[in-house]
Design a protein around this ligand. Structure first.
Ligand code: ISL
Ligand code: CA
Length: 558
């Protein structure tokens, strides 16, 4: 296994709309990010992943790009971007951009041309098909509700949109389109950015457009949308013509990728992507009715997912470790306990994130334990996925109350409420009412208070970051779950020739004990003021998480 900077990196994800509003129009912006760079730098992270800031009509908050060479007006100017990049570099950090090239906005000049006539030379930049007996070309569902085809009366054909109607899919079969993509990537790389996070890169190569036999949407994603026949070829070509010429990092986003497909993307010897985000742990609680119909969290399965994906390393790949992002619930609300054990469980999740093998991704706000939100009415929600799904349930006469419970648990706006900087109104994010309400718990959970409190979640994150950075074994060392399927305890070893760490995380609000037959170990870090042991038994209190450094140990769970 080769050692490189991006394997050692700790990445901090910014959702620009919700980070910091510098001009009080209620929307986060680039100058706002610059103002808050100290916060990120003090956390100790190495790389910033900046969510999309390109010009966009914002049907899906910037994931619908109108112009890949321009900055969204609400966020600032290209000069602001250049200043941001310079300031990030000056602080010794790097910056990667979101690259959204499975689709563009329907307002992109390419699409405007493409739809103008069947013979336009950009027609094939998108995917157009004839009606099938007066119906859409096939029955593929969109990620965001309804059929994935939209009829265009003027040219009497349908275009494919796996996401919203305003996000037509680009046709990667078209070489001229591919070259346009490589050109824009190189344009940004030449500016000096340090890499890309590639949105839904797993679905760019389309399969035959036959009907899908799958009822469960996740099965459609993995069997029909993702891992298409030309995916390896496209990635190889893309990397060859763009990122391979720079010292940058790449991480793909891969809905529909299971472990068996992963190497197509991240086999180091093939020089495609450095890492890929899989969703095995993020989709595992989706119920028969999808994400808004969740089933209980299965801890044993959760552990198995991390165990399985760690095997990528032996096979020549490298994992991307994350527990949440702008598309999912807040991690402390989803995997922890955001009530009684808010602080303890947020810290326990920090231990998990920062002691697994792989590159760590921290999503903004998780470093202070931001939580889910229950907004008063559906009118307060902004996410297109949530709103479309609501209309669908309403249209079908479904149970809206039950649906809203699903939204409270799983909706994407949970993770998109403004960053909580202080106790001030709107959490100090803006002086105006923000585009999405601030979580009222900013009076308790905010950066300013946590900065002053040595025992805070924020300080704990800083310590966990430093622990990882000062112990390469936590980056590269082998990962071994102890041989017990325990319902509440995540117990694993990180080890190399030099050092041996034991991590114990109590994933519950109960007490859990385990036996440690060690001769010599010491506690490096935990989220309680002391350690409870009797004889060789360690007693973990609710959500207690400990990192031990040891020599010659053996443990067994009791
Ligand atoms: O959030 C999801 C739906 O529940 C995910 O399936 C998500 O749509 C998928 O992971 C793709 O996400 C990415 O592309 C989308 C965009 O809306 C997301 O914000 C982005 O992360 C379309 O560009
Ligand atoms: Ca603003």
């Amino acid at each position: 296994m080769q050692k490189t900077w991006w394997k050692e990196a700790i990445v901090y994800q910014i959702y620009p709309r919700s980070f910091y509003d510098s001009n009080d129009d209620g929307i986060g912006d680039l100058p706002g990010i610059i103002e808050k760079l100290d916060h990120i730098q003090h956390l100790g992270v190495d790389v910033i992943w900046l969510g999309p800031v390109y010009d966009s009509p914002n049907d899906d908050n910037g994931y619908d790009i109108r112009d890949y060479y321009a900055i969204m007006q609400e966020f600032g100017t290209m000069a602001d971007f250049d200043r941001l990049l310079a300031e990030v570099h000056q602080r010794g950090m790097k910056l990667i951009m979101d690259l959204v090239v499975n689709h563009s906005s329907d307002e992109h000049a390419w699409f405007v041309e493409s739809r103008s006539s069947k013979t336009n030379d950009k027609r094939d930049f998108y995917i157009w098909k004839d009606s099938k007996d007066g119906h859409p070309p096939n029955n593929w569902p969109s990620f965001f509700g309804g059929n994935a085809w939209k009829y265009h009366p003027d040219t009497d054909q349908w275009y494919l949109h796996l996401f919203t109607e305003k996000q037509p899919d680009l046709n990667w079969e078209n070489e001229a389109l591919r070259n346009e993509v490589y050109q824009l990537m190189n344009w940004w790389l030449d500016k000096g950015i340090d890499g890309f996070r590639m949105d839904v890169i797993s679905v760019i190569s389309k399969r035959d457009f036959d009907d899908t036999p799958f009822e469960v949407f996740e099965e459609t994603i993995s069997n029909k949308y993702a891992n298409g026949p030309r995916i390896e070829e496209f990635l190889t070509e893309m990397v060859e013509k763009t990122t391979s010429k720079y010292d940058v990092m790449t991480v793909g986003e891969g809905p529909g990728i299971d472990f068996d497909h992963a190497l197509k993307y991240v086999d180091e010897s093939k020089q495609r992507l450095n890492m890929i985000f899989h969703f095995d742990h993020m989709f595992m609680d989706h119920g028969p009715g999808g994400k808004f119909d969740p089933v209980p969290f299965d801890f044993i399965r959760f552990v198995e997912v991390f165990e399985q994906w760690d095997k990528l390393v032996e096979q020549g790949g490298w994992p991307a470790i994350f527990l949440g992002n702008h598309d999912f619930a807040r991690i402390v609300s989803r995997f922890g306990n955001d009530q009684e054990y808010h602080e303890k469980s947020a810290k326990a999740l920090a231990v998990l994130l920062l002691t697994l093998r792989g590159t760590t991704y921290i999503y903004q706000g998780d470093e202070i334990g931001m939580t889910n939100i229950k907004l008063p009415s559906i009118l307060d929600y902004r996410d297109v996925e949530t709103l479309n799904a609501y209309r669908e349930v309403e249209g079908n006469g479904g149970d809206l109350r039950k649906f809203m419970e699903g939204v409270y648990a799983q909706g994407r706006d949970n993770a998109r409420t403004p960053m909580q900087w202080s106790r001030a109104e709107h959490g100090g994010f803006s002086k105006t009412t923000p585009w999405l309400n601030s979580n009222p718990n900013h009076s308790r959970i905010n950066v300013e208070d946590q900065e002053k409190d040595e025992e805070s979640i924020l300080h704990f994150y800083k310590k966990a970051v430093q622990l990882r950075k000062s112990n390469p074994t936590l980056v590269y060392g082998s990962f071994k779950v102890q041989e017990v399927a325990h319902k509440e305890l995540f117990l694993y070893e990180r080890k190399d020739e030099i050092e041996n760490f034991l991590v114990a995380i109590n994933f519950s609000s109960k007490k859990v004990s385990f036996q440690s037959q060690e001769k010599d170990y010491h506690l490096l870090m935990n989220n309680y003021p002391d350690l409870l042991t009797t004889d060789k038994v360690v007693h973990l209190r609710p959500w207690e998480a400990c990192v031990f450094k040891e020599h010659q140990v053996e443990q067994s769970v009791i």
